[in-house]
Design a protein around this ligand. Sequence first.
Ligand SMILES: C[S@@+](CC[C@H](N)C(=O)[O-])C[C@H]1O[C@@H](n2cnc3c(N)ncnc32)[C@H](O)[C@@H]1O
Length: 209
Amino acid sequence: MASQCERVVGLDLSSVFLQRANEHKTNWTQDTSNVTFIQGSVYDVPFADSFFHACRMDRVMQHLDEPQRAILELLRVLKPGARLVVGEPDWDTLILSCDFEPDHVAVADALRASMRTVIKNPYIGRQLPALFRQCGLKQTTCSIHVCHMHTKDESILYSLPQALALPLRKGAITKRQMNDYIKMVDDFAGTGAFYASLNLFVVSGVKAD
Ligand SMILES: C[S@@+](CC[C@H](N)C(=O)[O-])C[C@H]1O[C@@H](n2cnc3c(N)ncnc32)[C@H](O)[C@@H]1O
């Protein structure tokens, strides 16, 4: 993106994520002098109306109280005719290669239920196309990309014990079921049989003239 644009701006609320982005930047081989990362909220983007030629947002709306307000704010800073692209997961689509025995299915279902509670907008992926149309975006398209996770480390399941703490506390699963499940995931990972996937909805639209 940097090589095709005069200027690229990355915005995030978290100083930790911005520091990580700046560290990544030092490893890029191409010229990055036109790329800046700034701290700020997507509800209040510190740029004038109709400033940007294009905007992309990745896995932020799942965490927002007011997703529609974020889209409208991004539309404000986009030029008429500019494209907005947003990618968001749908947490009902989380599957693990080892979820087929009754006891394991119970824990996997509890894990999905836990993610639906912890994530503010767990179904935002499937809701995005309608949201784009409600916000007046034109030429809306939607594609679904499967995020394949072949190791436990590259999956969200590095936090499996934390993710299962809620269903355990609520009595949806027993401690034995939880520990068996964690052991089973570790065994799968140890033999290279681990696989998990999550669908990412990528929705694109154009700001009306
Ligand atoms: C799953 S991470 C995705 C990070 C990054 N977009 C990426 O693609 O790697 C979610 C990010 O949303 C950011 N975030 C949450 N609320 C925000 C807000 N109101 N404005 C801007 N960023 C926000 C968090 O700080 C976090 O970095």
